[in-house]
Design a protein around this ligand. Sequence first.
Ligand code: PNS
Length: 161
Amino acid sequence: MTTTKAVIPGSFDPITFGHLDIIERSTDRFDEIHICVLKNSSKAGTFSVDERMALIEESVKGLDNVTVHAFSGLLVDFCDEIGAQTIIRGLRAVSDFEYELRLTSMNKKLNSDVETLYMMTSTNYSFISSSVVKEVAAYKADVSDFVPEHVAKALNEKFKK
Ligand code: PNS
């Protein structure tokens, strides 16, 4: 029997309940879920890639078919490396569509064997993004409705000054 594998890529700077919603819902549908933190050469990010991975690992520790990776390069090359032909992305609102269309069209052009599947983010989380959560955390507001407790703690530490 073939093992079904899907890649959930992103910046995850940091992981939010929106990401976790997509990850958890994907775990029932594929044998293996591979979360991939893509290193972006042009964006430093708030958390280092190692910090982001540690925050993700802690968030998914109850999900036994999920593995966390970091990759520096093209997403389709990562898919090739682990033998996955499916990418999963979450869609929150129409405003995500244009950006996602660009990503998916480019990935399709780079490797037509890799298919991207979109999942609508649950409405409870449709307004959450890592950048909005960081903005709120920077003003010392409570972010516990948007991210797991250990991520809220890490955000508080980051914006302590
Ligand atoms: O969480 P994000 O920032 O919306 O995720 C974007 C990400 C990391 C999935 C995208 O930028 C990406 O795939 N980067 C890796 C480089 C790549 O493969 N580029 C080709 C598609 S434009």
